[in-house]
Design a protein around this ligand. Structure first.
Ligand code: SF4
Length: 173
């Protein structure tokens, strides 16, 4: 029986606290837009009326980490910048999630260079990788839907105690 039919038939619904909290969390994911280079343009496009990230409850992009629970890292992360990204991640309250958007963020992309981190999973617990150079906005939306699916399976009191790797250091050769 659908929700509407159940309500009109019984006048009430029952659920679990875990389920209602997970449902609320997954439909109000607030992104921290960590736009570092070209991928950020596509991330911004995801918020325009055509792609309309608001459909997923994620239109509230915040520029203060304390109000965010999803970090979208979009762009080429240098070793110097990695410390800034990690610091902002650390300032976000738990529970929190991470999308690595694009080839550079996920693996260094075309930059096989001494100064570029070859994947942000060296210093952040990445939940979803979004492929492309750059990924299209709808690809980012798909990543968001995957995050929502993940959040939907969490327990209310589950503490996101993910072990964090050490910060990367520049490999001088
Ligand atoms: S993946 Fe491509 S578009 Fe994205 S930051 Fe790297 S070079 Fe730019």
């Amino acid at each position: 029986m659908g929700l509407e039919a159940k309500l009109s038939h019984d006048g009430f619904i029952t659920t679990k606290l875990d389920a209602i909290i997970a449902w609320s969390r997954k439909n109000s994911v607030w992104p921290m837009p960590m736009g570092i280079s070209c991928c950020a343009i596509e991330m911004m496009a995801a918020g325009d009326p055509k792609y309309d990230i608001a459909r997923f409850g994620s239109e509230v992009m915040r520029f203060t980490p304390r109000q965010c629970d999803l970090m979208i890292v979009a762009g080429t992360v240098t070793y110097k910048m990695a410390h800034v990204v990690r610091k902002i991640y650390d300032q976000m309250p738990d529970p929190k999630w991470v999308i690595a958007m694009g080839a550079c963020t996920s693996s260094g992309g075309m930059y096989r260079s001494y100064n570029v981190v070859q994947g942000i999973d060296q210093f952040l617990p990445v939940d979803i990788y979004s492929a492309g150079c750059p990924p299209r906005p709808d690809n980012l939306l798909y990543a968001l839907m995957q995050i929502q699916e993940k959040i939907g399976k969490t327990k209310a009191r589950e503490f996101q105690d993910k072990p964090l790797p050490d910060l990367p250091v520049i490999q001088n050769k």
